[in-house]
Design a protein around this ligand. Structure first.
Ligand SMILES: *Cc1c(COP(=O)(O)O)cnc(C)c1O
Length: 376
């Protein structure tokens, strides 16, 4: 009997040399959160991003955001402006620092932080309380946010930006790599991202001193001394040398991964845009998305659910778009500046399977399930 296998939203896709690097870690006994793979992986990312960027490999993207906030001196009593339409990991570290998140809605061109609402929020918080301490903007699903506009506001009010590029390794903005567009950038190598180390992340900065400080804080903040001496609170956030080996293998195939994800998007778009109930988010001129996940916006919650359930029926994973942070029970007390954009996207939007390892058969199977529903 021919059984159909489950199709996942975004599954790991090894390139081939990962095990070689992992074996090197074993052969040389570098089974630690430091070693040649960590240095090698950092260099690979550095070369890939171009420009003079420094990279600190860490245990997760969440840890990278937490350290970024720490480096910017965000602490209790501070407010941080954060894109509402995102994964909770963008916002949680604000709370780890004892600071207060304030959520900003998206604009409809890129689905990312609205520069207009951002400026309204800054003016309002300055008038009513004090100047917010940082801005966290996100390149959601790989689509760059409006970096020029956000950076202009950042400069005008002198508030630094943390660029959450967890989903956007391989995306560019006017030929500049996402992750390098703001004061501090972060990447994630979680299992579902465009490349993975099973779990991992990185902090990106143009300032070598800040990189060194991030590494210092991520390795328990040990001062120079023969004994263990501490004058600040540290974290255990450095990347393992074993996992960095996976990362080195993955960096050999990053260009193929971006191509494959973009090809998925083109396939869905070519076959689905004839339905007037389905819309895609297009790249504005100069924006290049890695198309980490292909998302569709349908005409209603019911259409979205019909498609999702039809896919589920055929053992195909799909998922509603991120539920905005300002709608999450855990953040119900938080202030937000919204205009309904992310709420509509959440109600009507769906993430389609987007792995770089989807086969032609997989794509046809997914498409058939969707089209059957739309023709009903
Ligand atoms: C995955 C993700 C993170 C967190 O990265 P981890 O490595 O899973 O901690 C942060 N922000 C966004 C937008 C993400 O998608």
């Amino acid at each position: 009997m021919l059984t159909k296998t489950k199709i996942y939203l975004s599954s790991p896709h090894m390139g081939g040399s990962e095990q070689k690097f992992v074996n090197q870690a074993f052969d040389t006994n570098w089974i630690a959160p430091l070693g040649p793979n960590v240095d090698g992986f950092e260099n690979d990312i550095k070369n890939y991003l171009g420009g003079n960027n420094e990279v600190a490999a860490l245990s997760s993207g969440t840890a990278a955001i937490h350290l970024a906030l720490q480096l910017l001196g965000v602490s209790k009593g501070d407010e941080v402006l954060c894109q509402s339409f995102t994964f909770s990991a963008s916002a949680n570290p604000i709370v780890y620092q004892g600071a207060t998140p304030i959520f900003i809605d998206s604009e409809s061109d890129t689905w990312n932080m609205s520069p207009d609402l951002l400026e309204i929020a800054i003016k309002d918080r300055i008038e009513k309380f004090k100047k917010p301490k940082a801005i966290i903007a996100v390149h959601l699903y790989g689509m760059p946010y409006k970096a020029k506009e956000i950076n202009e506001i950042s400069e005008k009010y002198d508030i630094p930006v943390i660029e959450d590029s967890a989903e956007a390794l391989g995306s560019t903005y006017f030929n500049r790599a996402c992750g390098t567009l703001a004061d501090l950038g972060i990447l994630s190598f979680n299992g579902n991202k465009i490349i993975t180390t099973s779990g991992g992340g990185a902090l990106i900065t143009k300032n070598l001193e800040l990189k060194n400080k991030a590494v210092f804080l991520s390795t328990q903040a040990r001062d120079q001394a023969p004994h263990y001496e501490h004058s600040s609170i540290g974290f255990n956030y450095r990347m393992s040398n074993v996992l960095a080996g996976i990362g080195r293998g993955q960096m050999e195939v990053i260009d193929d991964r971006v191509k494959a994800r973009r090809a998925n998007y083109e396939y869905y778009k070519a076959n689905l845009s004839k339905f007037d109930t389905i819309e895609f988010v297009e790249e504005p001129q100069g924006f290049f998305s890695n198309r980490w996940i292909t998302c569709i916006k349908t005409n209603s919650f019911n259409t979205r659910e019909a498609i999702r359930l039809a896919l589920l029926e055929d053992d195909i994973e799909s998922r509603p778009l991120w539920k905005p942070m300002h709608m999450q029970p855990v953040f119900k007390e938080s202030l937000s500046y919204t205009d309904g954009t992310s709420e509509r996207l959440f109600n009507n939007g769906l993430c389609l399977p987007s792995g770089s390892n989807l086969t032609e058969n997989d794509l046809e199977r997914i498409l058939n399930a969707i089209i059957k529903t739309l023709n009903k």
